[in-house]
Write a protein that binds this ligand. Sequence first.
Ligand code: UDP
Length: 492
Amino acid sequence: MASQPTNLHFVLFPLMAQGHMIPMVDMARLLAERGSMVTIVASPVNSNRFRSVIKRAAEAKLKIQILELQLPLAEVGLPEGCENFDLLPSPALGVNMVLAMNMLEEPAEKMVRGLCPSPSCIISDAGFPWTNDIAKRLKIPRVVFYGPGCFPLLCMHIATNTSILDEVDSDSKYFVMPGLPDRIEVTKPQAWTWGKGDTKESTALFERMQEANKDAIGIVVNSFEELEPKYVEELAKAKDKKVWCIGPVSLSNKSFQDRAERGDKGAINGHDCLKWLDSRESGSVIYVCLGSLSYASTEQAIELGLGLESSNIPFLWFIRKTSEEFEAWLSKEGYEERIRGRGLMVRGWAPQILILSHQAIGGFVTHCGWNSTLEGISSGIPMVTWPQFAEQFLNERFIIDVLKIGVKIGVEVSVLFTQIGESKEIINRDGVKEAIQALMKNDEEGEARRKRCRELVLKAKRATEEAEGGSSHRNITSMIQAVTEELISLQN
Ligand code: UDP
């Protein structure tokens, strides 16, 4: 990788949720590959999850480090070690995490001021609006990272900044989202997402975020221009900001180890699931994973299991969070015996990008988190969509209506973050079976979907390649340039 020597020192503040930390650590590596120094600020438990990836990057002579900042857990009533949204004993405690996040300004500033060489730019998750004040006091530019792509960000911007949601009088009625380049129909709760918050604390945080983010010099997005050109342009106009699409950042994980340990140590050794995949025919297996926060309730997990079984399609099902009732059902039914040979269940963290890039994978049942969506796209895998909360219904619309590379599982009711795992809407086994069979079928529609996926993979790869003059590669260059110029102007 030809690096462009810079004297910049980027300080990255990732939100303590895997869907935000993972892409930011990739982003850190991409910036370090350009010759910049990068410091990632994370709490000890989060830092530990990325230790081996950062160690390898440092061994490859990249100037990258993680510094630890302790979260004030006891002060907000969170148990020790509960340093990430995926470690909360209950999603209702998300509010306490927000309180802890808001208390980091002072220790973070102390840490940033002590850095050598002194920092030249803060790239902050949108969830830390106080980094704006630190950047101002240090006279350095701040770039903001939200997490989702330009399509969902634009939809959220419209939902938050127009009166459209007040004009819709029913939660179940579909309406056309105004001001979008495509015709997109959603319900009010699906569009509401986390744009305005769902508790007093989160609403206050979102208001503060909106204000702080006005000062950012630009928005860095894990996406690529060729994926959503009209939405990149419209988002930049709507926010009146530079938008740098620098992804898919997952493609920066080149080595087997980096892909196997992205986000955490993947649960592959004990299960030998890669060997199992090696023994399957190309494109024959459907991979199921619901991200780092969502999980199926016991009833939903049972219906999913029965649907997968009756589809007669080989499947690899990763379960991050299980319940005693579900485990009891599995053993009473002898489910894992019944599916042996055709299906494999693994409990733990999926090495997702390693699995998605395996030749045996032909489909992905996803909860439509933005990262999973983009990882499916950059692996050329069509998707069965099962959105649950946040902007996931918008991402579903993107997969189904804009890109036309998926089949809906058929859920319509969005839940709040605090209700994860309590969805009132239970998917049913026949719906699961039908969606999976439709996705994996070799009919005209299935072929057309797969063709579109193959085209997108090529575009995704090209975007990240320097030799191809890729748009994401160029955008990193122009972000570095903009930061350099802004820094000079702020410090003179
Ligand atoms: N992920 C993973 N293994 C898992 C679950 C999740 O590697 O078992 C990764 C996934 O590849 C993605 C991130 O965690 O990069 C989840 O982000 P996403 O936006 O898809 O969903 P969220 O977890 O934020 O709802």
